[in-house]
Unconditional design. Structure first.
Length: 214
């Protein structure tokens, strides 16, 4: 388990590092069939913005760049229903330039979003350098899928949102499970931080509703 500020990260299928509420959500919505050659992890983020604002960003399969800082462009094939595919252009500095992703889950009532990477030029090689890592082009990153759920909560007496993102991915040749999870978690944390920043800015503009309207 790793705890960093308001992030809680648990590798593997267990959820012992979470509170009971988080554990219940993970058991209900974040089920991954993890094989021996794969790694999986779940991350939690608390956002000071109401659920409807956070979900309005998360659900936009056609516009991930609204909050994902590494996405420069997105083109969608399909009608934004389950099975639709998007071609994402990734900004320089990451071990990929394109990502082809399929929409697997989109539940506006339960606030569940799921996607799977089905193509692109993802590559991953992690070289440990004491406190950080360096990524270079090497083994292909395959069979990546993720689930994001958002849930209402109260933060400092105001409507807030609990976001949980989990993933499963193959461990590339030459890397360990810990190295692979470390890299993917770092990217997800950047996305969740950006999601919080954008959502909280919108919440200020939106004049967050009273607590009794959650």
């Amino acid at each position: 388990m790793m705890v960093t500020n308001d992030y809680i990260t648990v590798n593997g299928s267990g959820s012992g590092g979470f509170g009971k509420i988080e554990e219940d959500y993970i058991k209900r919505h974040h089920k991954h069939d993890v094989h021996d050659h794969q790694c999986s992890s779940s991350l939690v983020k608390h956002i000071k913005a109401p659920v409807h604002l956070v979900w309005s960003l998360v659900r936009r399969f056609d516009q991930p760049q609204k909050y994902k800082p590494f996405v420069s462009r997105c083109i969608v094939q399909g009608d934004l229903q389950i099975g639709s595919v998007r071609e994402v252009n990734v900004k320089s500095g990451l071990p990929a330039t394109t990502s082809t992703e399929r929409l697997e889950l989109l539940d506006d009532e339960e606030h569940i979003f799921g996607m799977r990477i089905v193509g692109g030029d993802h590559r991953l090689k992690i070289i440990w350098n004491f406190s950080n890592f360096i990524s270079t082009s090497s083994s292909k990153l395959q069979n990546y899928s993720s689930i994001v759920t958002v849930h209402p909560e109260v933060i400092d007496g105001r409507p807030g949102t609990l976001v949980i993102e989990s993933f499963v991915v193959d461990v590339p040749d030459g890397n360990t499970k810990d190295e692979t999870c470390y890299f993917v978690e770092a990217l997800i944390k950047c996305n969740l931080k950006s999601l919080a920043d954008v959502s909280e800015h919108l919440a200020v503009q939106d004049r967050t509703e009273p607590i009794d309207r959650i």
